[in-house]
Structures are given as C-alpha cells and as structure tokens.
Ligand binder design. Structure first.
Ligand SMILES: [Zn+2]
Length: 76
C-alpha cells in the first residue's frame, strides 16, 4: 500500500536523518498520521514540528528527495 504524504516538517533542527540509537528515549518515527493525512519529518522526532502542506506524494519519493537535499546541503 502506498502512503501519500501531504505534510512535511520544515523545522530547521529536524532536517537530518534519524539517529538510530537503540538506547534513545524515543524511537524515530518519520511518518505520522495527522489530521487524517500522513505527515513526514526527516528526523522522526516526536514533537517540535513545523508542518508545511505539500503536493501529495508517496512516502518513498519524499524520503529520497529529502535524503538528497540533506546530503547536498552537507557538502557545501
Ligand atoms: Zn519535525
């Protein structure tokens, strides 16, 4: 099943991929169900988001786009 994501988190300190720490206090969860649509936050943090509505697209596409953006901004 394809999940169409309609909101993306633009909070500055959330523009990073989750750190998979088994001992962390929370498990990163990049996609959450919000106001009856899917929302994506690159960091997978539980709160502090700044949601922006986007053209609905599959989660996989959005994740690839975001990973490319993050990788690109790191090189500069
Ligand atoms: Zn966020």
């Amino acid at each position: 099943m394809t999940r169409l994501v309609e909101s993306v988190c633009r909070a500055k300190d959330h523009q990073q991929l989750p750190l998979w720490e088994a001992k962390g206090p929370w498990a990163p969860n990049p996609v959450t169900f919000r106001e009856r649509t899917w929302a994506y936050c690159p960091s997978g943090r539980p709160d502090g988001h700044e949601w922006e509505r986007v053209e609905p697209r599959p989660y996989e596409t959005l994740r690839e786009e975001t990973e490319r953006e993050i990788a690109g901004s790191r090189q500069r």
